[in-house]
Design a protein around this ligand. Sequence first.
Ligand SMILES: NC(=O)C1=CN([C@@H]2O[C@H](COP(=O)(O)OP(=O)(O)OC[C@H]3O[C@@H](n4cnc5c(N)ncnc54)[C@H](OP(=O)(O)O)[C@@H]3O)[C@@H](O)[C@H]2O)C=CC1
Ligand SMILES: Nc1nc(=O)c2c([nH]1)NC[C@@H]1CN(c3ccc(C(=O)N[C@@H](CCC(=O)O)C(=O)O)cc3)C=[N+]21
Ligand SMILES: [Mg+2]
Length: 290
Amino acid sequence: MTAKIIDGVAIGKELRGEIKEGVSILEASGCKPGLAVILVGEDPASQTYVKNKEKSSVEAGMKSELIRLPATVTEKELLSHVDQLNKDETIHGILVQLPLPKHINEDLVIQAIDPRKDVDGFHPQSVGKMMIGQETFLPCTPHGIMEMLNRTGVEIAGKHAVIIGRSNIVGKPMGQLLLQKDATVTYCHSRTKDLPSFTKQADILIVAIGRAKFVTDEHIKDGAIVIDVGMNRDENGKLCGDVDFEKAKTVASAITPVPGGVGPMTITMLLKNTLQSAEMACKKGDLQAE
Ligand SMILES: NC(=O)C1=CN([C@@H]2O[C@H](COP(=O)(O)OP(=O)(O)OC[C@H]3O[C@@H](n4cnc5c(N)ncnc54)[C@H](OP(=O)(O)O)[C@@H]3O)[C@@H](O)[C@H]2O)C=CC1
Ligand SMILES: Nc1nc(=O)c2c([nH]1)NC[C@@H]1CN(c3ccc(C(=O)N[C@@H](CCC(=O)O)C(=O)O)cc3)C=[N+]21
Ligand SMILES: [Mg+2]
């Protein structure tokens, strides 16, 4: 078997068309959506993501603000930037690029973001609402993956979804969203014993580990759908996922490539959340004016 390639660039483009339309409608009513990104330090991978985000938000017609802070910034200074953005009416989405330097308490910074501007969906209020199925901003990577599965026509109800990875930003919320669509969900992680015995059962396998080409055909059931979240460099410095694509595509029925799979969808959902935030803020402004 040779797997069908799930094209995150194409699906993302389709969605971005819809987002761009939403932005221009909103702008016509005098409300331009604004996204602010705070980048602490000089990590080269972060620089690329942030550049991609900036480019995409400008392309969608949004205002984009980038705040670069040195790795030596104090927690207090960082919090004061967040506070300023919370108060800034031209900003509807705030993203603090993670991870932060060790001397800064990440939880504290995330909690400082106004939940109405939490377009990453990382604030405890957003996470709590997601868990109980209330409407809220959903974390962009899992949300983007759901959208990809949807637009590829993958049925989720009754399927066994196995997730490798349990981070707060990818693995954990991914399982929750799949559960809400009636999948049977299994989480695997670094303490899982006999990983292939679990992953071999997956109809849908989501891989979010952070190790280059870790998952091979030996982990995958014939005909499974494989979603590769990983962003790594291989031995030649080339961008690659957590899945060994060449091996996996011989057994999977569909697979996402890296680059060109999950990454572009993550950015697309960030724009979608920012548009939604602006729509809510501007509607509220109208009501107050009446
Ligand atoms: N494309 C995109 O949009 C995005 C890509 N990424 C990429 O996805 C990857 C994962 O990111 P993130 O979730 O933040 O990473 P984390 O490092 O926070 O989490 C990694 C998870 O993988 C588990 N793990 C590590 N080693 C193994 C192993 N040998 N076997 C099984 N499980 C293992 C860890 O287990 P334990 O909990 O026990 O430590 C942990 O739960 C990275 O490559 C990152 O760059 C991340 C966000 C967005
Ligand atoms: N607060 C916060 N929110 C995040 O959403 C967040 C974060 N911190 N920290 C880092 C991770 C990683 N992440 C990616 C986003 C886009 C691509 C992406 O666009 N990838 C493209 C191209 C990548 C390239 O060419 O370098 C692709 O896969 O095709 C990748 C990774 C968001 N993250
Ligand atoms: Mg820290």
